[in-house]
Design a protein around this ligand. Structure first.
Ligand code: ACO
Length: 448
């Protein structure tokens, strides 16, 4: 199979959100801390009628319908998620309901999990399958679904929720440049979920920021080396038309892009202009450890990379800033944002992706973009994603309601024998929702 990659995409995020500026007031933090300090505008969250299973059911059903895909033509289904509802039964098995109805139970794949990286692992599994001898000619389907919620404290404004579905096959408008992949995997305790009685992670926020940047450096180095080996010339960020990052919050994305530019400077890339060289020169001799803590370097590199950030990164930030960290879906929601914003000019371009999952696992990889043919064309994907309309249709709720929803979910996490309000007034038609959990912990869903 040639040019294997993403043929089609769809996204779902909950219709309820809180504004970060209202959350600042509610939390009693200084004005601007979440909006400027973290760079976030608003945050979506699941109310008690939605969860990662309902969102993934909704998005899969919607993708199949919108692109007119026969459920029998799916041969592999992989889910990435770090939101644990069941320690054994995969989210994939819930999704099988959609395919069983059409008599298709011959579908490989289960769930992948490692923090925000599970979606990337799922995507690689599907792409590798289509490229392998075991491929039977059918499509792969990847689903990233997460609800990111944090205990009260500084991490809480970095939550979010969404599900994304991606159809995988050959001759894709968004195809992998598999030769240049660079990974970095290591053992660290930066963000993890050891308390099985709670949905909330244990987070060492500062460590997670440093780990993210270290992983980025390491992946970028491997990526560049592989590129150079194959192409016989140096890679710099100028060879990427867009750089898409896993986006826990926008400030980290700004810092990450600046970090890549600093890497180019250290690698002596000819693309780094004279003025930037002068501004970064004082930091050339820093050890890498020192460089992660140096605030002046952070400022200087962000400043020299600013105009490049505007052109290569800003168009990727729409959904992450509006919806928040969607964990496994976060990177692909950022990618969906660039399709939404730039689909008319993307053909022929290269998009570099950076996936990070705490713990840690990370990979940098790249896509080559072509216009594609209907229904798998960039224009149609952008139409179906319909991001502006989905964002506009949302309901802003006061922080108090958000906190109440979290309290109820804390109480319900791991519980049995309850019935939800079944209040679906805010959900669009076609959305799955949780109706009840019985005395055997079995979950039941309905469609609006
Ligand atoms: N106006 C403008 N900026 C402000 C204001 C203000 N009033 N107040 C604070 N800030 C800035 C700070 O200067 C800081 O910016 P800087 O990083 O450029 O210095 C930023 O806001 C954040 O404030 P801090 O006090 O440094 O950090 P805080 O204690 O609020 O925690 C953190 C932030 C660590 C990101 C926390 O939200 C967290 O732990 N989140 C979850 C972990 C996470 O997302 N890690 C990322 C990778 S791992 C993953 O994806 C889960």
């Amino acid at each position: 199979a040639k040019d294997v990659g993403i043929l089609a995409m769809d996204i779902y995020f909950p219709p309820t959100c809180v504004l970060q500026e209202e959350l600042e007031i509610h939390d009693g933090v200084s004005k601007g801390k979440y909006t400027i300090g973290l760079g976030q505008d608003s945050m979506a969250f699941c109310t008690e009628v939605e969860d990662v299973i309902s969102m993934s059911l909704t998005v899969v059903k919607s993708l199949l319908k919108n692109y007119n895909i026969d459920p029998k033509s799916i041969g592999r289904l992989e889910v990435g998620s770090e939101t644990v509802i069941d320690k054994s039964k995969s989210i994939k098995t819930w999704l099988m309901q959609i395919f069983e109805e059409y008599g298709n139970t011959d579908i490989e794949g289960v769930d992948s999990s490692n923090a925000c990286y599970g979606g990337t692992a799922a995507l690689f599994n599907c792409v590798n399958w289509v490229e392998s001898n075991s491929w039977d000619g059918r499509y792969g389907l990847v689903v990233c679904t997460d609800s990111a919620v944090y205990a009260e404290g500084p991490a809480r404004p970095t939550g979010g929720a969404a599900a994304i579905a991606m159809l995988i096959g050959p001759n894709a408008p968004i195809s992998f440049e598999s030769k240049y992949k660079g990974s970095h995997m290591a053992h660290v305790y930066d963000f993890y979920k050891p308390d099985l009685a709670s949905e909330y992670p244990v987070v060492d926020g500062k460590l997670s920021q440093t780990c993210y940047l270290m992983a980025l450096d390491s992946c970028y180095n491997v990526f560049c080396k592989k590129y150079e080996k194959h192409e016989g010339k140096q890679f710099s960020i100028f060879d990427a038309d867009y750089v898409v990052f896993h986006s826990p919050y926008n400030k980290l994305v700004q810092k990450s892009f600046a970090r890549l530019y600093y890497n180019d400077f250290l690698r002596n890339c000819s693309t780094v202009d004279e003025e930037s060289r002068e501004k970064l020169a004082p930091y050339a001799g820093l050890s890498s450890e020192e460089s992660y803590q140096n605030r002046d370097l952070e400022k200087a590199s962000q400043q020299v990379a600013k105009s490049l950030y505007e052109s290569k990164v800003q168009p990727t930030t729409l959904i992450p800033k509006q919806v928040g960290n969607m964990y496994t879906a976060s990177l692909y929601a950022a990618f969906a944002s660039v399709i939404h914003n730039r689909h008319e000019t993307l053909a022929g371009q290269r998009i570099v992706m950076f996936s990070y999952g705490s713990g840690l696992t990370s990979t940098m990889f790249s896509f080559k973009i072509i216009e594609g043919q209907h229904p798998f064309s960039l224009r149609n994907i952008a139409n179906i994603l319909d991001l502006s309309k989905k964002l506009e249709a949302r309901h802003v709720v006061p922080p108090k309601e958000f906190i109440e929803a979290l309290k109820l979910m804390e109480h319900r996490y791991g519980a049995k024998d309850f019935v939800t309000s079944q209040d679906t007034s805010l959900l669009p038609a076609g959305t799955y929702f949780l109706t009840h959990v019985d005395s055997m912990y079995r979950r039941f869903y309905s469609v609006k």
